[in-house]
Design a protein around this ligand. Structure first.
Ligand code: FES
Length: 314
């Protein structure tokens, strides 16, 4: 597990509304210094004006970047990340930024299938631009609720063979991916979007060779839900028992209590916060654990107690 790297001081130099809910931000270094390079699929972690740390995929060319470009959707249930960026990060706002990391890197392949849902288009678009520049074959499937809510719509529609599908928020109109997955091909698949999309892709690709389907999720996982209740977590090593309020994750409660924690995505997708589950029954909300691991491990950034309390080992 990695300790966060040194932060950079950056400022917002431009912002542009892409849709009523999605805003593009361009960040430049405060001191005109050089920025670390990155590859498609990389993200930066920003301390938003609210103080919440959030990860955002980079959209621009990462070869020798003079700036970082990100796009952020205002999440309805935002706990201070996206709404803080929308409301308080104006041109000139200074932000502390952790250098790019990439856990969603394009591997060498003869062809690619890129699948984006909603704001999950950000790393996927970066990949599509790169593959286009390199003349490598790929197919893009981009699913959103409606044209009006679709960031980078015209650019995405212009990629050869691109499919842009609007479901109008209806499960009945969910895009049918089966044709893309029925016969495993040679392509590598990259998928970024909300949990239902990722779960669908996992379901239809179960018969594909391991390692050929790659996932990334920056959409807000429902870390805290309306009907969540408080419970207690005991850290087995220290014996320290902590109350987890209904509106806080285990990770946040441990952090508030001064317990040492490590995390990255804080959305149940990266695996960084994995802890051993010593006692209790977990309500698993992550996209990381295999079924056979769920009795013994818990991702504390999103998962909670199903009933009663938990004992974990950090
Ligand atoms: S911090 Fe990434 S899964 Fe929990």
């Amino acid at each position: 597990m990695e300790v966060p790297e040194q932060r950079m001081s950056m400022k917002v130099i431009a912002r542009k509304d892409l849709t009523p809910e999605i805003c593009e931000f361009t960040l430049a270094p405060q001191n005109d210094g050089e920025l670390p390079a990155f590859t498609p699929g990389a993200h930066i972690t920003i301390e938003t004006p609210s103080g919440a740390m959030r990860r955002y995929s980079l959209l621009n060319d990462g070869g020798a970047p003079a700036e970082y470009v990100i796009a952020i959707k205002r999440e309805t249930n935002s706990r201070g990340g996206s709404s803080s960026m929308h409301d308080d990060a104006t041109v000139g706002t200074e932000l502390q930024v952790e250098p790019p990391e990439n856990e969603f890197e394009l591997v060498g392949a003869s062809k690619y299938l890129l699948i984006a849902g909603g704001i999950g288009v950000t790393p996927i678009l970066s990949m599509a631009r790169k593959l286009t520049a390199e003349g490598k074959p790929f197919k893009l499937v981009y699913c959103t609720r409606s044209a009006a809510e679709t960031a980078y719509l015209e650019e995405c529609k212009a990629f050869p063979g691109a499919i842009v599908h609007h479901d109008e928020g209806s499960l009945d109109r969910f895009y049918d991916f089966w044709d893309h997955f029925e016969e495993p091909g040679t392509e590598h698949v990259y998928c970024c979007g909300p949990a239902p999309l990722m779960e669908e892709i996992k379901a239809v690709s179960g018969h594909w060779p391991e390692g050929r389907v790659h996932f990334e999720d920056f959409n807000a996982v429902a870390v805290v839900r309306e009907d969540d209740v408080p419970f207690k977590v005991t850290v087995s090593g220290s014996g320290h028992t902590i109350e987890v309020p209904a509106d806080r994750s285990i990770l946040e409660a441990l952090r508030d209590a001064g317990e040492p924690t490590v995390s990255s995505c804080e959305s149940g997708t990266c695996g960084t916060c994995k802890c051993r589950l010593v006692e209790g029954e977990a309500d698993h909300r992550d996209l990381v654990l295999m079924d056979e691991e769920k009795n013994d491990y818990i991702m504390i950034c999103v998962s909670r107690a199903k009933t009663g309390d938990l004992v974990i080992d950090l």
